[in-house]
Design a protein around this ligand. Structure first.
Ligand code: NAD
Length: 496
């Protein structure tokens, strides 16, 4: 198959008040393929502050009618959207290829993201009955109804790494809760997310879902500080998250921040280390070329199993084929952009210079492509110093440090010694030990004998401690964050 220019370049528009439209000044920007940086994938509309204002105003206008619908009516629409998203095979195929080419992730993963987005619409719809039930507190001295109401216009800000899954952790939740939204996808992955969002938006009353693409420097602050925006749900880096929180403070706009992570895995002395376990560790660390907030980023293994783990992980990583994600044989695509590639290769170089043993694993069928694209093979760094960036910072790329420990207490201390607190994992067949260790970890989510999105239960709330963020997405908690409490009281005997 000739996979270069498999589809012609496309141009995506904004979506405001029920219609696709160009940016106010007609501007667009180009998106290239990270596997083949000289290949144009398409153009996205480059919105500006005026477009933000149009989108927020449209969302605000749509809010009264949307929030007045019953939960059941909104849930019906969400279920229809979930079905429609995957109904047309050709369209799903086209959006998946586009996603693969603009992002770099392998085609199987683009399909997984598309499916997950629909599943999350279904899951959110499933909360309708629970959401409709108020709490009644009977007197004396008062009878009180504790209800919740939608916040209003929610700004949903999405990063490039898992844009559709992350959208699925905030968009259906915002909608079922009764909010209208303005979605801002990332500059680096805007085409497939825009087309997908347009499909969703077109199934809802005009103004309920609006979509703005462009440069964050032009539209980011304009969106976060817009006086009609009543809630900001942001997923991205710690630094931008801090900035968003400061900007939102201007109007006392509440925020949910899903930020970076530096997830530790603790492999206990009794861990089952077989081919399945190594594959789950590989997926935890290297899925999406390691560009996942909840990826395994520091692996701590009991010293008695260190050599065995190194051998198993090296052998597993060596089987992986690195190349263009459109090819079936590829297990790992490029990093999404040159800047992120530099972050991870700088960390690898620093570890090498400091004397750590570094193994670049995997197979590269097309060396010329590998040199041209933003590629980095799955890389294992053996026992680096704990002060090196590869251990302390979020690599967000295909490199994994592996370090030994001697006692469970030491493992917990090492895992918790981080400014991040997103996810973690414990690997042991002993259920009581696994849960006891998990409870001691400073993290919003702990996987047992697995790590990462493939092992995540979307019914549980997701988010971080410390600098990994504020608030929770997903689960019932991920829906009610989009609402505020409202107590209605009268004299005892009045309301009960
Ligand atoms: P980023 O912080 O650079 O950008 C995230 C989003 O914020 C993008 O849409 C970007 O355009 C936008 N943005 C930038 N400046 C803004 C501003 N002034 N106002 C409003 N929006 C602005 O992050 P990224 O590079 O796209 O994504 C990678 C980071 O995201 C990693 O640190 C990763 O860990 C984190 N992440 C966290 C989670 C989570 O759930 N905790 C999930 C995925 C990614």
């Amino acid at each position: 198959m000739n996979i270069q220019n498999v589809d012609s370049p496309i141009t995506t528009q904004l979506f405001i008040r029920g219609e696709t439209c160009d940016a106010h000044d007609g501007a667009t920007y180009a998106i290239q393929n990270p596997a083949r940086p000289d290949e144009l994938v398409g153009y996205a509309a480059k919105g500006n502050a005026e477009d933000v204002d149009r989108a927020v105003t449209a969302a605000n206008g749509a809010f009264p009618a949307w929030s007045a619908l019953s939960y059941e009516a909104r849930a019906d629409l969400l279920m229809k959207i979930a079905d429609t998203l995957v109904a047309d095979e050709d369209d799903v195929g086209f959006r998946s290829r586009l996603f693969c080419r603009e992002h770099g992730k392998i085609i199987k993963e683009t399909l997984l993201e598309m499916t997950r987005l629909g599943d999350r619409f279904r899951q959110s719809a499933g909360y309708a009955a629970r959401l409709a039930a108020d709490e009644n507190i009977a007197g004396p001295p008062f009878d009180t109804i504790v209800t919740r109401q939608a916040r209003g216009v929610a700004a949903l800000i999405v990063p490039w790494n898992w844009p559709l899954s992350i959208l699925g952790a905030k968009l259906p939740q915002a909608l079922i809760a009764g909010n209208t939204v303005v979605v801002k996808p990332s500059r680096n992955s805007a085409l497939a997310p825009s087309l997908t969002l347009h499909k969703i938006a077109a199934m809802l009353p005009p103004g309920v879902v609006n979509v703005i693409t462009g440069d964050a420097s032009e539209i980011g602050d304009a969106l976060v500080t817009h006086p009609l925006v009543r809630f900001v749900n942001f997923t991205g880096s710690v630094n931008v998250g801090k900035h968003v929180m400061k900007m939102a403070a201007e109007n006392i706009t509440p925020v949910t921040l899903e930020l970076g992570g530096n997830d530790a895995a603790i492999i206990c002395a009794d861990a089952q280390l077989d081919a399945g376990a190594f594959m789950r560790m590989y997926m935890g660390a290297f899925m999406s070329s390691g560009q996942i907030c909840m990826a395994l980023k520091r692996l701590y293994v009991h010293r008695s199993r260190y050599d065995e783990l190194i051998d198993g992980m090296t052998a597993t990583c060596n089987k992986m084929v690195v190349g263009d994600g459109l090819l079936d044989e590829t297990n790992m695509g490029p990093v999404n952009n040159a800047r992120q590639l530099k972050v991870v290769t700088d960390m690898i170089s620093q570890a090498r210079q400091a004397g750590a043993e570094v193994h670049e694993c995997g197979q590269v069928p097309d060396e010329e492509l590998y040199q041209k694209g933003y590629f980095q093979k799955p890389t294992l760094v053996y026992n680096p110093d704990s002060q090196l960036d590869i251990v302390k910072e979020e690599q967000f790329g295909p490199a994994l440090p592996i370090m030994p420990f001697d006692t469970d207490d030491e493992a917990i201390a090492l895992a918790n010694d981080s400014r991040f607190g997103l996810c973690s994992s414990v690997w042991t067949p002993d259920r009581d030990r696994a849960v006891a260790l998990a409870r001691r970890l400073e993290a919003g989510y702990t996987y047992l004998n697995a790590h990462g999105p493939a092992a995540q239960d979307g019914r549980g709330p997701f988010g971080g401690f410390k600098q990994s963020g504020i608030g929770r997405n997903l689960g019932y908690e991920g829906v009610i964050q989009f609402q505020g409490y409202h107590s209605i009281s009268g004299p005892a005997g009045w309301l009960s």
